[in-house]
Structures are given as C-alpha cells and as structure tokens.
Design a protein. Structure first.
Length: 439
C-alpha cells in the first residue's frame, strides 16, 4: 500500500467514524423527520439584493461536483465491482451529517464587513474553539486550503477537462487552457456574487444535461437494469466490493489518464462547504446547514448512482476500458451513439470550470484570513490563472501527492473542531426543530 492509498484509507475511516458519531449524537433528525427537514431547508429566502441560500448552495455544489462524479464512479466499479455502488450509498448517507455540522457552524461564526459576508472553518476554529489550539487549527486549515485550491481544485480538474477536450474535440491544450483561464478570471474577479450567479446558471444546466443523458441510456437499455440491481446487492458484502466502494466513493476528481487518488466525492468533513454557504443571507445557521444534506444527495446519491447504472449497463454489454474517463465515455457512446461522447465531454468541461471558479474563491478566502492584504490576494489570483493555462503540463503524481496531503490537513483540522463544538451544533438543531414543531 503506497502513501496515497494509506492516506485515503485513513481519511475514509475518519470520515465514516465522524459521520456515525454525529448521526447518533444528533439523533438522526434528518432520517426521523424528513418532512420537517425538507420544509426547514426550502422555506427560507434570502434578503433582497443578498445572496440567496440556494445560490450559495449552487456555489458549494460547484466545488464538489466534478469529473469524479463520472470517472470516479467508473474507478469505484473497476476497483470493487457492482457491489461498490451499495457502499457509495452507505458512505453518502453516513457522512452527509458532517456537511450539515460544518455549514451550521460556518454560518454561525461568519463575519460581516459592510455588505460582505465571509466565513469558514477558520472562523469557528479561532473563535469557537478559541485559544492557541483554535488559532493553530485555523492556520493549518487555511494554509492547506490555499495549497489544495491549486492542486485539487485547479490542476486536477482543469487537467481532466483539457485532456477530455483534446481527446474528444482535438483542440490544442494550451489554447484551450488560456480560454479556460479567461473565463475563470471574468467570473472570480466579480466576487462571490458573480461566482454564485455563474454557478446557479451553469450547474443546473449541465447537471440537467448529464442527468438527461443518463436517463436516456437507462430507458433505452431498461432490460439490463434488473440484472444490474441484482449485481449491486449480490456483490455488496464481498470485501473487495466494500473496500472498492468506500474508497471509490472518496476518490473524486480523477484525471482522464491518471490512477484514482484519494479525496472526497462531496468533500463532507473537509470544511470547504462553509466557505460558500457563509455568504448566504440565511434565516438561521441550521437551516442553511440542512441544505448541505441535499447537496450530498444530489452530488452522490443521484448523480453518482445514475453514472453507475450507465456503466453497469455497458459492462453487461461487454464494453470495458481500464481508464475511468475512457470507460465512462465509451459507456455513453455504446448506447446513444458517437454524439453522446461530445455531450458528456462538454459537461465535463463545464463541471471542471465551475469547480475551478469555486476553488479560486476558497483559496482567496483562506489566504485573506492568513494575510490581510489585497495585493497578496491579487498575486494569488494571477498565479491561480497561470496554473489553469499550464495545468495539463504539470506532473500528475506530484500534484496528487500534494492534494492528498492538503485535504488530509484540512480534514484533520476540521473534524476535531466539529467535535469540540458539538454542543453548539446540537443547540442550533434543537432551536430549529422547536420552531418547526410550532408551525
């Protein structure tokens, strides 16, 4: 077992244990009271002129949705067979509560400067946990977030998009990277308001296109579905399927020609979501936190499951590729024809663009916490854009090792902070459901 595999396995255990703890600690409220949970999440509305809760949700989804929702599922199936899909579901349902916890704290401890709202784990670490330990956790998280923005949010995603565009459309990588950087710059220099507006348009559109393509394959090849479902449950409790499913679930943003590396499909527990959700004009911290539950459901349970069925259908038809991205493209092409790979390729590029934009905001926010200098943030942004242009020429191995270490530090700082502030999370939850009970 190499460093990346060992680190991924360790983080998988940490996330699952943390998810189980908070599920029981909060008495599984979202499972026991699904109607109240849904009503609480979608009954709020933002102030006029502010960032609405749903726009903040779209920005956070941009950071989580990526090529891993397509190629990452292929890797999970290649690692553990059809039974891996069952463990994708289990992993999502167990760990989704962590996203609720971190968003709730992120909104509670956010800061307001004029009309600007900003927040994230560094604020609830430094002020909620407090003391030297809290400040140390905040500094570790912020530094790791800046590093991860270049590795995980930029190079990994953009490289996959460039490789896909070159493979499918035959475009020049450097020229495509330059166009990618220009669009990214146009969005991120508009601040969080423009970022959230951009993601609120692009993500629903691209998600809709991708979901429609998946459903077209499923309906066209409906006779293969019973066998696929049977294979999922029959293989779920073989060790290789369980291991492959949990690991594959946490392996996200896989590059087209690379081996799956360790990270998180929806980033629950790593602390990225609060950076986006803190900008919303939310009715209460817990209400905004509940949107994180639905974020995981869409990101992992819906989109990853649809990807899985398309891939399982292709496997039954004898379609197979050793590379995750190539396997996904071949699966769609085998059912819908050659045009489908162009549509999927376009979706991959837009998913990667949205992720790069969102992670630029994450990195800028983390750097602004460390260094109170607008010039430093500007220099960071220019370096980030240059990295976009040359992403495909950088060493994948070195980038993934850096990303693994950075996401480990972020998660390692965030999970203890959530545990130390667990009573505040439970208090916010109790207040929310007390209000819902009176309605």
């Amino acid at each position: 077992m190499n460093f990346s595999e060992a680190l991924s396995l360790f983080l998988s255990c940490a996330i699952l244990c943390g998810g189980l703890f908070f599920t029981f600690y909060l008495k599984g409220f979202f499972f026991i009271h699904p109607v109240k949970t849904f009503r609480a999440a979608f009954s709020q509305s933002g102030k006029k002129g502010g960032i609405s809760p749903l726009r903040a949700l779209s920005a956070s989804l941009a950071g989580a949705l990526g090529v891993g929702n397509i190629a990452g599922v292929a890797v999970a199936l290649l690692l553990g067979g059809a039974g891996a899909v069952f463990w994708i579901w289990v992993s999502a349902l167990v760990s989704m509560v962590l996203k609720y916890c971190e968003i709730t704290l992120g909104v509670k401890y956010r800061k307001k400067s004029g009309a600007l709202l900003s927040g994230g784990p560094m604020y609830y670490m430094s002020e909620g946990v407090g003391g030297g330990a809290g400040r140390a956790l905040a500094l570790i998280f912020s530094c790791a977030c800046v590093v991860s923005s270049f590795a995980l949010g930029n190079i990994v995603q953009v490289s996959a998009a460039l490789e896909s565009a070159h493979y499918i459309f035959g475009v020049n990588k450097t020229l495509f990277g330059a166009c990618f950087a220009l669009v990214t710059a146009a969005v991120i220099f508009g601040g969080f308001a423009r970022i959230s507006r951009f993601t609120s348009i692009v993500l629903p559109l691209m998600s809709g296109v991708y979901i429609a393509l998946c459903l077209a394959v499923i309906f066209r090849e409906a006779e293969y579905i019973p066998a696929a479902v049977s294979e999922i449950f029959r293989g779920a409790f073989r060790f290789d399927s369980a291991f492959g499913g949990i690991l594959g679930f946490l392996l996200s943003k896989n590059v087209a020609e690379g081996v799956a590396k360790g990270t998180f499909s929806h980033e629950a527990g790593s602390g990225t979501a609060p950076l986006a959700h803190a900008g919303a004009e939310a009715s209460s911290p817990a209400k905004q936190g509940i949107l994180g539950l639905f974020e995981v459901l869409l990101d992992t349970v819906v989109i990853c499951t649809l990807s899985a069925f398309v891939l399982l259908i292709a496997m039954q038809k004898g379609v197979f590729e050793e590379n995750g991205m190539a396997f996904a493209l071949a699966a769609f092409e085998s059912s819908l024809g050659a045009w489908a790979k162009y549509a999927v390729g376009a979706a991959i590029c837009f998913f990667a663009l949205a992720t790069a934009v969102c992670w630029a905001f994450y990195g800028r926010s983390a750097l602004a916490y460390i260094i109170k200098s607008k010039k430093a943030v500007l220099v960071y942004t220019l370096l980030y854009l240059c990295t976009v242009v040359f992403a495909s020429s950088l060493s994948e191995g070195a980038v993934w090792k850096t990303a693994d270490a950075a996401i480990a530090l972020m998660t390692g700082a965030n999970l203890p902070a959530l545990f130390l502030l667990r009573k505040e999370i439970r208090a916010e939850t109790a207040v929310l459901f007390a209000k819902e009970k009176r309605r």
